[in-house]
Design a protein around this ligand. Structure first.
Ligand SMILES: C[S@@+](CC[C@H](N)C(=O)[O-])C[C@H]1O[C@@H](n2cnc3c(N)ncnc32)[C@H](O)[C@@H]1O
Ligand SMILES: [Zn+2]
Ligand SMILES: [Zn+2]
Ligand SMILES: [Zn+2]
Ligand SMILES: [Zn+2]
Ligand SMILES: [Zn+2]
Ligand SMILES: [Zn+2]
Length: 486
């Protein structure tokens, strides 16, 4: 029965989103599942099934149910039990009281188990005696930087936890506070949340409030219930429903004019449709909590995602524009600044804020184009024919007269295809088959290689080659070493 869904990626499937809350969707450990429909060529509608919203790999969550399937009582019970077993070992409230106890311990009593990724209380030491604990006691400075203490989650498909490099994180916060935002809803941006709290504690800047929503429940150990909610951004599900929804709504409520902005950096493999649905829901909740005379209809939002999703994102949010700013990550093998100089990062900011107001750092080469009225990359030259600064990837694009538009520098005009393409494109076949892999069996929309091919292409063009897989511990050691605790 699972054959239909045997591919471990869910591309080639459409997601059916029903208006309002879909109470009929069964739940997996990640909250309500999503309804998928196989996209098949000319065979009418594909059969629909429910599968996990958060995990793209069946190894991480193998939930599967046909839409019309009758599930036996026994299976429902087994499923509930499974969902219960996958819950965090403590409630958020319990994590908070553990934290209070932890900080009241003498220095030599503060241990962190690296294997279990948790702060230990003395009575738990014996249970973890065969595990690896950090050799030195945990300082207050370390407790303030959980993103350095915790090992980044590394599951490639669902949850590669790529953390902002300091300069990108500082840029984001400076830019948002410069625009007058005093509240930031951090959706999958633990490091931005951390920086906001750090700055507040220094007392040098005007305080900014922050609420982190993330699926990584390890953060419950460090943040109070009004600062962190265990949350799934693919189905807008709060794991601790009652309390968390109240915290979320209180945060979005108007408060003496404190302007609020949402910043989200979803996993790159994330599906655009459910994400858009979530961000629209957040925006509508925000709107419903503003005074009736508020004239702004959409919540200010910044969605951080690779540039090749631009058409999809703009389709869902026509008010958004993509900025040229390249987001850098600390632990991404390809998109960070290497010692050998800058590699292009394909990750951009998509926002409904006015691009003219977002000043990109001059010292990194960005400049203002007065015709486009936005800041652009150094090599993104204004094309008089197209009347835009056309580059999406940061390189200088060239105008093709036959196509009547600017194209990537590596593309050539192909007279058989009648448009520009890479020199080694599947020539002549691309008009009838798939534009991505050349297959005649499906169109681009249903291409199983689409997303991975887009990432590969962007990576190659950025000059990167996939790095060797180092062991988790080695990487994490380097990660901690790089950041001295202050
Ligand atoms: C690409 S990382 C972004 C981290 C960000 N650059 C930072 O440094 O703060 C994706 C983040 O989203 C979180 N995440 C992954 N899947 C999620 C889901 N289904 N719902 C909510 N958060 C999720 C991860 O735990 C991670 O923190
Ligand atoms: Zn699941
Ligand atoms: Zn342990
Ligand atoms: Zn321009
Ligand atoms: Zn042009
Ligand atoms: Zn051309
Ligand atoms: Zn061709």
């Amino acid at each position: 029965m699972l054959n239909e869904f045997d591919t471990d990626e869910k591309s080639g499937f459409d997601i059916i989103i029903r208006d309002g809350k879909d109470n009929t969707a069964p739940s997996c450990p990640h909250g309500p599942t999503l309804l998928f429909e196989k996209v098949s060529k000319g065979e009418g509608k594909g059969r629909r099934f429910y599968a996990c919203s958060a995990c793209r790999d069946r190894k991480d969550c193998n939930f599967f149910q046909w839409e019309e399937e009758k599930v036996s009582e026994a299976r429902l019970l087994a499923r509930e039990e499974q969902n219960r077993l996958k819950r965090p070992p403590f409630t958020h409230q319990q994590y908070c009281s553990r934290f209070r106890e932890f900080v009241s311990l003498p220095m030599d009593g503060r241990k962190f188990c690296q294997d279990c990724q948790m702060l230990l209380l003395p009575e738990e030491w014996s249970e973890h005696s065969t595990h690896t604990a950090l050799s030195s006691p945990i300082t207050v400075a370390q407790l303030r930087r959980p993103s350095l203490l915790l090992c980044p989650l590394e599951n490639k498909k669902s949850n590669a936890q790529y953390l902002f490099a300091d300069r990108s994180c500082h840029f984001l916060l400076d830019m948002l506070s410069g625009l007058g935002f005093r509240k930031v809803l951090c959706v999958g941006t633990p490091r931005l949340h951390e920086l906001i709290k750090l700055r507040n504690s220094e007392g040098k800047h005007e305080p900014v409030k922050s609420l982190l929503l993330d699926i990584d429940f390890r953060y419950s150990q460090f943040y109070g219930q009004d600062e962190f909610c265990h949350y799934n951004m693919f189905n807008h599900h709060f794991f601790n429903e009652e309390e968390a929804i109240k915290v979320f709504r209180d945060f979005l409520s108007k408060e003496e004019g404190a302007k609020v902005v949402m910043v989200s950096d979803p996993p790159f493999g994330g599906l655009v449709k459910p994400l858009s649905h979530t961000f629209s829901t957040i925006s509508e909740t925000w709107r419903s909590l503003q005074s009736p005379d508020c004239t702004v209809s959409e919540m200010p939002m910044v969605w951080i995602f690779p540039y090749f999703f631009e058409p999809r994102i703009l389709e869902c949010f026509p008010s958004f524009s993509m900025l040229d700013y390249q987001v850098d990550y600390d632990n991404h093998p390809l998109y960070k600044h290497g010692k050998t100089g800058r590699k292009q990062s394909p990750v951009r900011l998509f926002t409904n804020l006015c691009p003219r107001d977002i000043v990109l750092p001059e010292e990194e080469g960005y400049r203002f184009c007065s015709i486009c009225e936005r800041y652009v990359s150094a090599d993104n030259k204004h094309c008089p024919e197209c009347n835009v600064c056309p580059s999406k990837d940061g390189r200088q694009w060239k105008h093709c007269v036959q196509c009547g538009k600017c194209v990537k520098p590596s593309w050539h005009h192909c007279s058989s295809c009648g448009h520009c393409a890479l020199p080694d494109h599947p020539c002549g076949r691309c008009q009838t088959g798939c534009f991505c892999c050349g297959s005649q069996d499906h169109k681009l929309r249903a291409c199983p290689n689409k997303q991975s091919a887009a990432v590969k292409r962007a990576t190659e063009e950025a000059g990167g080659t996939p790095g060797s897989t180092k062991t988790k511990n080695r990487k994490h050691k380097a990660h901690r070493k790089k950041h001295k605790f202050t």
